[in-house]
Structure formats: structure tokens, C-alpha cells
Design a protein around this ligand. Sequence first.
Ligand SMILES: [Zn+2]
Length: 245
Amino acid sequence: MIDVLNILIQLQEIDSQIINLKQKTESLPLKIKKLDQLAEEIDKQFENERKKLSTLEKQKKDKERDIDEINDKIKKLKEKTSQIKTNKEYQALLKEIESFEEALKKEEENLLLIMYELDETKRNLEDSKKNADLKKKELELEKIQVEEEIKRVNQSIDTLIDERRGFIDKLPKEIYDEYKELMKKHKGIAVSEVKNSVCQGCFLHIPPQLYVEIKLNQSIYHCPQCGRILFYKKEENKEEKAVSE
Ligand SMILES: [Zn+2]
């Protein structure tokens, strides 16, 4: 194979790798963004449960205050009994005390219910805190891995760009210019293999005479349809023969 064609093939390989890696560097930050969003959702969910707890704590305090107030009223009414003159007044006072005591009983039952729910919510909150911490830790680890991957990919790109320079230096300027034009025109594939008489870039069936010449890899040929630089892989020559025999 002539040197120029060999260099073009290797340059294409490097550029294809660079293109793939660059696509990766574009998709990986999106992955990180998604991981951050998941962590935020976990926080939000936990925050909702925490809000429920503080609502219940407030309800408990309110209820306790209500109960204190009723107890105060009962206490004051009981103190009044010593000042009472008539039986009728006494009966009326007892009735009033009784109704407050009934209200007190109801409020105490309500308080118990709130305390029961509060205990349950506290327990759930502890569990979900553990879960949330665990999940967030997992997400954090995953994020670190993605960040490391981004670093690795960028390093690989730098290495390839260095390698690429070495090949470009060896290419005649007009051929490199042509390569660049083809890269632009064909979205990253300027040099294409011909396999079983078919251009792998545009799938044109190469005319037999041209195919024979391309197979020699002794000159630069272009696909009659897409214009890409064509080459032929020797190893497959044998395979092809074996198949046809
Ligand atoms: Zn073609």
C-alpha cells in the first residue's frame, strides 16, 4: 500500500474516534444533570415528610394548650363552689363543670390520636432519612464515576489530537485539504473501505475495472458517486477468495 493512503486510513480512524469521544463529552454532562435532578427529588420528598411532622407537632401543642385552658376553667369553676348560696346555683355549676369535663375527655382522646400519628410519622421519617441518605450516596458515587469518565474521555481526545498532528505532518498539503473538504461534506467520513465491490460510504457498486485498481491500493481513487477516498483491506481479499472458491 502506498504511504499516503496508509496515512489517510489511519487519520480517518483517529478522526472517527475523536468524533465518537466528542459525542460522549456532550452526552455525559446530561447524565450528571439527571443525577443532580434525582438527588433534588429525594430532598423534596423528604422535605414533604418533614413538613408533615412539624404540622403534627404544632397540632399537638395546640391541643395541649386547649386542654390546659379547659383544665383552668374547670379549676376556676370548682373554686366557685364554696361561694355558692343556693342548691339551684350549685346544680347549674355542677352541670357546667360536667360539660367542660366531657369536652376535656374528648380533647384528651384527640391528643392521643395526634401523638400516635406523630410517633408513626417520626418512625417513618427516620426510615426515609436513612433511605434518602443511602440513595443520595449512590447518586453521588455515580456522579463521581461520570466525572472521571469525562476526564478520561477528554484525555483520550488530547492524546488522539497529538497523534493526529503526526499524521498530518506527513501528508501533502493538497491531499490533507481534500481530506478536510470530504470530512465536512460527508459528516466525518472521508476515507471509506470498499468491501465486496461496494463503497461502504454510499453503498455504490464500484465498476469492475476500478475495483481491480482499488484492490491494489497503489494510488488514490475516489468513489464515483460520493467522492470519498477508497481503500481495500488485504486480509479480506483472502476471505473473499475463500468464499468464492
Ligand atoms: Zn461512495
